[in-house]
Design a protein around this ligand. Structure first.
Ligand SMILES: Cc1cc2nc3c(=O)[nH]c(=O)nc-3n(C[C@H](O)[C@H](O)[C@H](O)COP(=O)(O)OP(=O)(O)OC[C@H]3O[C@@H](n4cnc5c(N)ncnc54)[C@H](O)[C@@H]3O)c2cc1C
Length: 301
């Protein structure tokens, strides 16, 4: 039996582990993929205090090494079922059954799909959700980035250094992302902005070769020949398995206040998967620290 099991080895989960192991709790992290979480996909982080110009991969790797040096214990398994009905909680993975006195859910978020025709068919065959991971395949080719937030803007700039031409397509005529990044985009010669437009269809047999675009104001439909489509239209919380157990908002984020407590005693939530105003590294690390500290307090009761 563990004092604490943490679900997810992203920024929030690894930070929780640092605080919990230093606090003396027997702790295990369960991670379904590779440790590091979403940030490994970011080419550059500039807004984490005291760490300017660091890559997402290096950020995640440093955090992982720090957590491991402080005694983190990560099992790479997939959680199949969770029973939180009694004081001792049961976590069933594809390999083991674990018992724990407390739980921190730090399962983060994943990319949202565009929901255009043929998206699933051409996923990985020209359609990508991560410019850092797949951008290099599109050297001197024409690509599209779709989205209006910071990630879409960052990915457009990143791809403009690799691709021949980048079309940034957004369904509105204004961008939610950072103004200074948008200004850089406007100054970049090989980026063309297309607003008020949606992508209706991805076209290609074995790989993507064009997209069908609809201007939502004029209703005009056109085709654009491209080799790569980078979808950057937001994130969805990884919370499905808790939907009948924990209180959630309409979008599937687990409801908690700044104390990271959920509606169940001994169950805490940290990072992007919880209701909050700002989903960033700085709030993920903060949540990880708060959740673990409140969890250590709970374990003393
Ligand atoms: C491209 C990109 C660029 C970004 N740039 C910045 C930036 O410059 N600055 C900034 O502050 N923020 C940035 N962010 C946001 C930042 O990455 C997130 O806010 C942060 O990663 C959230 O951390 P987290 O630990 O809550 O979740 P995640 O990083 O999503 O980690 C969750 C972990 O849980 C695992 N997991 C999920 N479900 C399960 C399960 N059922 N069982 C076990 N494990 C599970 C996942 O595999 C993952 O490893 C960026 C995000 C992206 C995608």
């Amino acid at each position: 039996m563990y004092d604490l099991i943490i679900l997810g080895a992203g920024t929030a989960g690894l930070t929780s582990s640092i605080y919990a192991t230093r606090g003396g709790a027997s702790t295990m992290i369960i991670e379904k993929n590779f440790h590091g979480g979403q940030i490994v996909n970011s080419p550059k982080i500039d807004n984490y205090p005291s760490l300017a110009n660091v890559s997402g991969f290096d950020f995640a790797q440093n955090l992982y090494t720090q957590a491991m040096n402080l005694g983190a214990n990560i099992n790479y398994e997939t959680v199949k079922e969770i029973d939180l009905t009694s004081d001792i909680k049961t976590i069933i993975t594809n390999q083991n059954i674990y018992k724990t006195k407390s739980l921190i859910i730090a399962t983060g978020a994943t990319h949202r799909k565009l929901n255009c025709e043929n998206e699933d068919k051409l996923d990985g065959k020209g359609i990508s959700y991560c410019a850092t991971c797949d951008g290099a395949f599109y050297k001197q080719k024409d690509v599209v980035v779709v989205g209006g937030g910071n990630t879409a803007l960052d990915e457009s700039l990143f791809l403009s250094k690799i691709a021949k031409k980048v079309f940034l397509i957004h369904r509105r005529d204004f961008f939610r992302g950072n103004k200074s990044t948008l200004n850089k985009i406007k100054e970049t010669k090989n980026i063309e902005i297309i607003t008020d437009s949606i992508i209706q269809k991805a076209i290609g047999t074995d790989s993507l070769n064009s997209i069908e675009i609809k201007n939502i104001k004029t209703e005009n439909i056109s085709n654009l020949d491209i080799s790569g489509l980078f979808v950057s239209v937001g994130i969805i919380p990884e919370s499905d398995m808790f939907k009948d157990i924990l209180n959630m908002d309409e979008y599937g984020y687990i409801i908690s206040g700044e104390d990271c407590r959920t509606n169940l005693k001994g169950v805490f939530v940290a990072g992007d998967v919880r209701t909050k105003a700002l989903r960033q590294l700085v709030t993920a690390t903060s949540d990880g620290a708060v959740a673990a500290t409140n969890c250590l307090e709970f374990l003393l009761d």
